[in-house]
Design a protein around this ligand. Structure first.
Ligand code: NAG
Ligand code: NAG
Ligand code: NAG
Ligand code: NAG
Ligand code: NAG
Ligand code: NAG
Ligand code: NAG
Ligand code: NAG
Ligand code: NAG
Ligand code: NAG
Ligand code: NAG
Ligand code: NAG
Length: 408
């Protein structure tokens, strides 16, 4: 769910690791209590902007009180082994962002999440900073740990990138989500030939959202809370694989979403070997996504007959096992009535939910699904409209009618 937050790139890194020249190792000095480590970082940057590794040392808590613009880096790797801490006060952070539009790694997001909930448009606090906006080719982002991000965490744009071993902790109490981490997307991905693996996210929005590109693999990942392994686009994404994903207590485990009245095509997308623990919507696709801000006033699921949607082709879900959240469904992101994620005809045991307009899908296959309500009561259900599919429902793998899941 991407809401109308002003986009501020806190950190734009242009890094290329393609070259094999000798690197220099630039250790960011740690000043100790009361010292703003941003100054030490700025001081070393001129010497470390090419063929270098910039290291935030393990075991150190860096105090990044003022924004740092890394500028254009060439052949540089940034290793965040220690913790980067931001100022805690919201007005202070706002004025810093306002002042320079520079950037830093964030933390202490809780007050931002709280205020976001009561702000209209939802989540749209002035100058709410975003996370790491990285534009890079042939680069690696690894071993980063972000704690209590203020809003989204990583926006990654570029080709031939490898992202692994990162952790994003926007954790909240799922049984008492009084403070819900709105808009804390884990990864928003744009690019070709991108590999994501062994990452961990606990958050309140998309765990990973593929937005555009070709040949993108996301695998061996754990997504907790949040809105799942998501393909979120209207067009311009092809050949995407989500494999071996573990979903824990999420609203969605896997999701395709595209806004109502979109045009365009998305082809060749697979979710395979998905381990679901307690998801409200384990398998979900919508061509009529309802945005709590921009679609305010519209009723979810109600649209004119002439509405258009993205055309999806060759989508498959294979080997999806686990449990459906049927006791306490949904999550703390619901602040409108009806809820933005309300689906007409969906029950509380929604194994497969396909909200696809007439004639907007071709060759959709959903096989080897073993999803059971978490309390063991009731049957897994599907929402499915046979008019959605240009090639009929023969490939689908289950009986396409609102009601119980019946594989065929
Ligand atoms: C962080 O740096 C600021 C100066 O910019 C200082 O006022 C503050 O005390 C420092 N905080 C810590 C925890 O060292
Ligand atoms: C940057 O490199 C120059 C030349 O090697 C050196 O004299 C200077 O001390 C370095 N500055 C820093 C901040 O490391
Ligand atoms: C941002 O800067 C403008 C112009 O200097 C100022 O009017 C405004 O109050 C600032 N907003 C925040 C949140 O600091
Ligand atoms: C399932 O998820 C719901 C909502 O996220 C949560 O309230 C509930 O405690 C979870 N159940 C189990 C058994 O984990
Ligand atoms: C697809 O991306 C992977 C990296 O994830 C790369 O190794 C592979 O060569 C790419 N395939 C094509 C056809 O570009
Ligand atoms: C699946 O991913 C998990 C990490 O989430 C990893 O431990 C496991 O080895 C992976 N399984 C396979 C078959 O790759
Ligand atoms: C989508 O595919 C259709 C049929 O192949 C084609 O006519 C149309 O131009 C495509 N639209 C876009 C935006 O690529
Ligand atoms: C989809 O996959 C098929 C089979 O691998 C391939 O021939 C086709 O080019 C792909 N479509 C797109 C749009 O990449
Ligand atoms: C559908 O028809 C209505 C009424 O004629 C019009 O206002 C609207 O723009 C049309 N929508 C699309 C997507 O064509
Ligand atoms: C689905 O699971 C079966 C049995 O575990 C395995 O043999 C098959 O390779 C899996 N399919 C995919 C697409 O990973
Ligand atoms: C709900 O299901 C009924 C019967 O299958 C169908 O007539 C109706 O159009 C569905 N409503 C929506 C909004 O999909
Ligand atoms: C679906 O679209 C086809 C082709 O445009 C049309 O013939 C059919 O009547 C539509 N079906 C429904 C239920 O709207």
């Amino acid at each position: 769910m991407h809401m109308m937050i002003k986009t501020i790139s806190l950190l734009t890194v242009l890094a290329s690791l393609a070259s094999t020249q000798a690197y220099q190792n630039c250790v960011v000095p740690h000043g100790g209590y009361g010292i703003d480590d941003a100054q030490g970082l700025k001081a070393i940057l001129p010497n470390c902007s090419s063929d270098a590794t910039i290291v935030f040392q393990e075991g150190k808590n860096y105090n990044i009180s003022t924004p740092v613009n890394f500028g254009t880096l060439k052949n540089v790797e940034i290793q965040v082994l220690g913790n980067l801490e931001l100022p805690k006060s919201i007005p202070y952070v706002q004025s810093l962002v306002n002042a320079t539009a520079g950037g830093w790694v964030d933390s202490f997001g809780l007050p931002w999440w709280q205020q976001a909930q009561y702000t209209q448009p939802l989540g749209g606090l002035v100058n709410r900073p975003h996370g790491w906006s990285i534009t890079a080719n042939s680069s690696t982002v690894r071993y980063m740990k972000l704690r209590k991000p203020i809003a989204w965490s990583f926006s990654l744009t570029g080709n031939d990138n490898h992202v692994y071993g990162n952790k994003i902790d926007a954790a909240y109490d799922i049984n008492n989500p009084g403070v819900f981490p709105f808009n804390t997307d884990g990864y928003d991905i744009k690019g070709n030939n991108v590999l994501f693996e062994n990452n961990w996210v606990f958050n309140g929005d998309d765990c990973v959202a593929v937005n555009s590109g070709n040949n993108i693999t996301v695998r061996n990942m754990v997504c907790e809370g949040g809105h799942g392994a998501s393909l979120s686009a209207t067009t311009g994404v092809n050949n995407v694989l989500f494999d071996n994903m573990t979903s824990i207590n999420s609203l969605y485990a896997t999701r395709f979403k595209s806004g109502l009245n979109s045009v365009g095509n998305i082809t060749n997308v697979t979710w395979s070997n998905i381990h679901v623990h307690n998801a409200t919507f384990p398998i979900f696709a919508t061509g009529v996504y309802y945005d709590q801000n921009t679609n305010r006033g519209r009723t979810p699921g109600v649209y004119p007959a002439n509405s258009t949607a993205t055309h999806i082709k060759n989508f498959s879900w294979i080997n999806v096992t686990g449990t459906i959240s049927d006791v306490y469904t949904g999550d703390g992101s619901c602040t409108t009535n009806p809820c933005w994620y309300y689906v007409a005809n969906a029950t509380n045991t929604a194994a497969i939910t396909l909200q696809l307009l007439n004639g907007t899908a071709t060759n959709i296959q959903i096989h080897n699904v073993n999803l059971k309500p978490i309390d063991g009561k009731g049957t897994p259900n599907v929402v499915c409209d046979p008019t959605s599919f240009t090639d009929g429902t023969g490939n689908l793998g289950f009986k396409c009618a609102n009601g119980p899941y019946i594989p065929n």
